[in-house]
Structure formats: structure tokens, C-alpha cells
Design a protein around this ligand. Structure first.
Ligand code: G3P
Length: 219
């Protein structure tokens, strides 16, 4: 399973990329606005910098609502870097824009997906990625991971190449579940990536090994 980081924070991306585990980055208007406020840099400057930090896709979301506006915005964003992937909310105009951008070989990630049918239509229109928002579904009492299970099966049934990106990840078990189901990608916030490494027995073990080693070390 590929690991993307779900942030626009340049420091977080730099740190996680340095571990050699990062396959891509997802941003959205909320995350990008937060980084623009934090750094004082312009949105496109932030995106360009992120694109230089990873080889894989970096998603940048459009804010236009009509197909023509989405396509124009997508084309402009694509000029920033070759690994830009245009994030488009699933809707009628979004589908139209996905098809037009696909015809121009511009990558798209269909976002705000909350049902298998939405994702199926986006895949048929030619999107490269679909992003079901697992955490937000859990928040309203649904079992978010069910849609990931459905999508992996449906895409497998019909040899659909669109990749399933598990998004809106809240905790480490979401990642284990996504990997067990066979999702293509999990996009994970920085704090959750750090939690993936944590285990109290690892900390206790390191401490104990060092203590025992300290007993025999020449003074
Ligand atoms: O990639 C989707 C993500 O940015 C949304 O996450 O935590 O706002 O539901 P969240």
C-alpha cells in the first residue's frame, strides 16, 4: 500500500519524506490555507515546494464549481509541476472536468467521496484516484471502512485501474484495516504517521537493553 501524507505543512512533509516512506502528498483548501497562514508564502509557492519534495503525486484541490472553471484551474495548477494531481469534488461538473482533464493527460483525484456509486462514476469518467473520507463517515455513525471494502472489490471485479485512496484517516487502526482490505493508498495526517511508530513495549525494551548494556560497559 502506498503511503501519502495528508498535509500542506512543509516541515512535516520534509521530515516524513526524509524517512524514505513517502509516496505522495494530498492537500485540500483547508490544509493549504493553514500553511499559507503559517508561512506567509503564496499558495502556488507552497504547492511548488511540496512538488519538489516528493516524486509521487501531489494533490491540489480546485475551488471552482463549474466544469469549465475546474478545467481551467486544473490546467493552471498542472503548470506548477509534472507531479501535480488535480483534486476535484465528486459532482456532475466534476465528472465532466475529470473527463476533459483525462483527455489532456492531467491526473485527477476525486474527493469528498462517501458512496461506492460516486466512486464508480468518477472511475468511469477516468479519474486516477478516488478518495473516500473514512473518518468523516465514522463521525456520523457509519462504518467508513465499508466503502473501501466495496470499492476494492468493485474495481477488482472490472479491472478498473483507478486507485482507492483511504482519506480522512484518524488513527493507526484505520491504516491497518485499509492495508488488510487491499486499498491502493492511505493518506495519513502527520500526527497519525508518528503514532504508527509508537508502542510502549518498544520504549520499555529500548530502556531495558540500554540499562543492561550499561552494566557491562567499560567505565
Ligand atoms: O484527505 C482528506 C482529508 O484532508 C480530510 O480529512 O480529517 O478533515 O476529515 P478530515
Amino acid at each position: 500500500m502506498k503511503i501519502f501524507i495528508d498535509t500542506a505543512n512543509l516541515d512535516e512533509i520534509k521530515e516524513i519524506a526524509s524517512w524514505g516512506i513517502l509516496d505522495g502528498v494530498t492537500t485540500n483548501p483547508t490544509l493549504l490555507a493553514r500553511e499559507v497562514e503559517r508561512t506567509g508564502k503564496r499558495p502556488n509557492a507552497v504547492l511548488r515546494e511540496i512538488c519538489g519534495m516528493v516524486k509521487g503525486p501531489v494533490t491540489a484541490e480546485v475551488t471552482s464549481k463549474d466544469a469549465e472553471g475546474i478545467v481551467n484551474e486544473g490546467k493552471k495548477l498542472r503548470e506548477l509541476a509534472e507531479n501535480i494531481c488535480i483534486k476535484i469534488p465528486v459532482c456532475k461538473d466534476g465528472l465532466l472536468a475529470i473527463k476533459k482533464l483525462r483527455d489532456e493527460d492531467i491526473m485527477t483525484n476525486t474527493t469528498l467521496v462517501f458512496s461506492a456509486n460516486q466512486a464508480l462514476l468518477a472511475a468511469k469518467a477516468g479519474t486516477n484516484f478516488v478518495s473516500p473520507f473514512i473518518g468523516r463517515m465514522d463521525d456520523v455513525g457509519n462504518e467508513g471502512m465499508e466503502i473501501v471494502d466495496q470499492l476494492v472489490t468493485i474495481f477488482d471485479n472490472y479491472c478498473i485501474e483507478t486507485e482507492v485512496v483511504v482519506a480522512s484517516v484518524r488513527h493507526p487502526m484505520h491504516i491497518v484495516e485499509a492495508a488488510l482490505i487491499g486499498a491502493d493508498v492511505c493518506t495519513i495526517p502527520y500526527n497519525v504517521i508518528l503514532k504508527m511508530l509508537d508502542h510502549p513495549l518498544t520504549d520499555v525494551g529500548i530502556e531495558r537493553f540500554l540499562k543492561d548494556w550499561g552494566k557491562i560497559k567499560p567505565k
